[in-house]
Write a protein that binds this ligand. Structure first.
Ligand code: 5GP
Length: 190
């Protein structure tokens, strides 16, 4: 059995990464497993601990990081985010394709450790549309919205570091494109 792929999906806050992923993540043919990150940010309405993230305190995060329990980590708009190491390798050994939904700095750390990682960046059709989507979510105060928009503008200058860039203008089309990319890489890994 070939080892599973390590797939990084990035994209600015509000671009709809989760919505695109939902379209194909349960497809048994793709053998995907979503890596649940650890974060210190506040839970948004509807988010569930252990499903969307492991919500932890700064002390808990720092302890995990300092004990070498994270594959990568970063600080994003005032909060820590990181990928627990445990699970990722075991799942790949079992042939599962593991999806990390992380930002640009984390992707850089992954590329250093796993140059074979399949990296995909999702872009919005325009910055105006991105702003509309972030505001539409109505979950963050204005100051945080501004910081996330600034971060998005900076991140978008670094998309050349990714193997693929996919525009999320139409959710099902973006999902189909990513599905094909994953299928092709699975065939290649055989
Ligand atoms: P949000 O607060 O909107 O859920 O996530 C903020 C940003 O952090 C998003 O770009 C998301 O992809 C990224 N992110 C989520 N989990 C991780 C992680 O474990 N590591 C890194 N580096 N970024 C993460």
């Amino acid at each position: 059995m070939p080892k599973g792929l390590l797939i990084v999906i990035s994209g600015p806050s509000g671009v709809g990464k989760g919505t695109v992923l939902k379209e194909f993540i349960e497809d048994p043919a793709l053998k995907l497993s979503y890596s649940i990150s650890m974060t210190t940010r506040e839970k948004r309405p509807g988010e569930v601990d252990g499903v969307n993230y492991y919500f932890v305190t700064r002390e808990e995060f720092e302890r995990a990081r300092d004990n070498g329990e994270l594959l990568e980590w970063t600080e994003f708009v005032g909060n820590y985010y990181g990928t627990p190491l445990k699970g990722v390798e075991e799942l790949r050994e079992q042939g599962r394709n593991v999806i990390l939904e992380i930002e640009v700095e984390g992707c850089r750390q992954i590329r250093e450790k796993c140059p074979e990682a399949l990296t995909i960046y999702i872009v919005p059709p325009s910055m105006e549309e991105l702003e509309r989507r972030i505001r539409g979510r109505k979950t963050e105060p204005e100051e945080i919205v501004q910081q996330r928009l600034e971060k998005a503008a900076k991140e978008m200058q670094q998309i050349a570091e990714y193997k693929y860039v996919v525009c999320n203008d139409d959710v099902s089309l973006a999902a189909d494109i990513i599905r094909v990319i994953i299928e092709r890489h699975m065939e290649r890994a055989k």
